[in-house]
Design a protein around this ligand. Sequence first.
Ligand SMILES: [Zn+2]
Length: 257
Amino acid sequence: MKFQLLPSSFEDGLPSARQHLTSFIVDDRVAIDAGSLGFAVSERQRENVRDVLLTHAHLDHIAGLPLFIDDLFSVLTEPIRIHATDLVINVLERDIFNWSVYPRFSELSNANGAVIEYHPIAPAAETQIAHLSIRPIDVNHQVPSTGFIVSDGNSLIAISGDTAEMDGFWEASNSAGKLNALLVECAFPNELEDLALSSCHMTPDRLARELSKFDGGDCPIYVINMKPMYRDRTIEQLNALAIERLRILDVGKIYDF
Ligand SMILES: [Zn+2]
């Protein structure tokens, strides 16, 4: 499984490691979250990605979606399929695609037909998205949010999305089979514990406690969703945990899981 975290900020014209927005691309074909989807995809990804799976509706996870659809509007030969829970779909229709912030694409077509299609997903119900089997799992964030267990038939990964402490995600990850990678968030450094608590995010100390619930053998663990302002400090504290299989997911790098 080819897996890439798209860049979302640039320094001197080159992608930077700072992650303001979240979008992952699987096999150049399926997007998981759409933070920078409209402006950081390769041409190949722009041509191939027609399925977008969303963890939740916070802006840093959906900001690039309207631009991605807009860019492709006249050339689409099939709709862009947006896979999300009903709660997330309702937010998109009410707050983003509402004619005030952006056009309501669900009411628009090009010469080939509809340009978007909503595909509701439900927690714990396995669903097929392109070549992937996806199992959504409710996690614990400030707004309704799901993590995912993703399989392409050969590899299996688990992605937490934005979350604080949780149990269901760990139970699902532990019982899913041998994982090739776990991707888990850690937004803030330890000194911002109060902010992490109120915004339902992890700190390195909280993550270390959570990982005691993960029973993944030697599965590599990649940290995602670090707030860019605190990135260096958070990495320092994650390294101090001295968890051998814990690493930071590099922005832009294409992983083969
Ligand atoms: Zn969030």
